[in-house]
Design a protein around this ligand. Sequence first.
Ligand code: PNW
Length: 492
Amino acid sequence: MAQHQHQQKQQQLENVLRSDFVWGYATAAAQIEGAWDRDGRGPSIWDTLAHAGGKIKDASTADEATRSYDFYKQDVALLKQLGVTAYRFSLSWSRIIPLGGRQDPVNQLGIQFYNNLIDELLANDIVPFVTLFHWDVPQALEDRYGGMLDQVQYTPDFVRFATLCFEQFGDRVKNWITYNEPGVFSLAGYAAGVHAPARSSDRSLNESGDSSTEPFIVGHTELVSHAIVVEIYRRQFKPVQGGQIGITLSGNWSEPWDAEDERDQAAAERTRQFDIAWFADPVYRTGDYPQCMRDQLGDRLPRFTTEQSKLVLGSSDFYGMNSYTSFYVKHRDSSPDINDHKGNVDILDHNKQGVRRGSQSDTYWLCTSPWGFRKLLNWIWQRYQVPIFVTENGTTVPGESKITHVTANSLHDTFRINFFTSYLDALAHAVAEDGVDVRAYFGWTFCDNWEWAAGYTDRFGVVFVDFDTPEKKRYVKKSAYVVCDIFNRLIK
Ligand code: PNW
């Protein structure tokens, strides 16, 4: 009951989003393509992790996933049917360069696949938003030099991959995202050790790694290589191709546990900075990490050279914003643990008054909390002052993970409808009443897919996928139609 205290009765807004506002759904190559070893594709660190066993909840792999490699035409037709004006997807680096490195051969069949997909989207008037990196480092680079832990060796390899993509696809792709969620990639892969490449300090969980240093090294590699790629795009490609390029950051809203307690207010702000400003301050504001991170982490946080700092500052044409939920944050009196990455706080589901952050989804960290989404849009806009593209936002539905075969009931996803309705309402109010500049929105995700370490158990799609059928049959859920109606009402 208490959670409803967050919800206020608000008028239904109309025509508040720009007439050129684009919307659609986002996906990632590793989660949908399948065809993991077909037509010359090399393995990524996620193929290795899944095949090794023991790390994926349902012991599944992404070998087939939703088979969008085979069914991309049907998927584009379905996207069209759902009314979208844009589609965000990522490129599988090891499909394009199977071994990943700057001297390694290019796989023409990989290039061909993405050419086909891009052409199919354009033929249907759907604008492609292309992410270069969505967590799938080529395994060969991990084996050669430890992937992103080696900034010196990794960077020219990523630069070559990115440059090849601009050359091959940039005549038609005008919206580029370098990295998806550098923070989640670093923390889940190198601190918690639950994502590829599965490293952490916890020897009961992972063979190697150091949760106190590696996430920050990897984050630094991502920021610096992102900035180098953006500089190349702006100098060599943008003058001819005329597109835009940026980065997508994850971030949830942190609310003080006791709104009256200055220590909790400071703790919540510190957590926002560890969560978001870690990457956003260098890129949009100062060219350096936040002071509170330097204070807590000292020399474990890498330093930018003067040249790197100049390159990183201003290196994104827009703010790519992935956000799902909100948390309550309480200060701690103890000194921070060496493996802390959140600013030495307790992260809680309820505030001091016992109000819950929102209704629980099927995903342990995700509750419906649109009240925080509006606050977060405002915080980002005020701190960084660049146009916001919401590049991911969505939810699973309680109980949906237990459904394997489609039923009429499983397509009536009321919980997801409430999620999208309330978040889009919050977004519309942030634009119309708070003056936040939001220009794009992508729901996560198009169809149920391989949800990383959760395997096929977490269904984030607005399209249901029957994974037991050979053709991974798709069924549209009701939320897909509701989202389309909402944008028809909101866009001028
Ligand atoms: C994102 N969190 O990851 C990824 O970009 C997607 O590939 C993924 O499928 C989707 O969200 C749903 O999980 C996140 O803990 C993982 O706040 C965790 C969090 C946020 C985003």
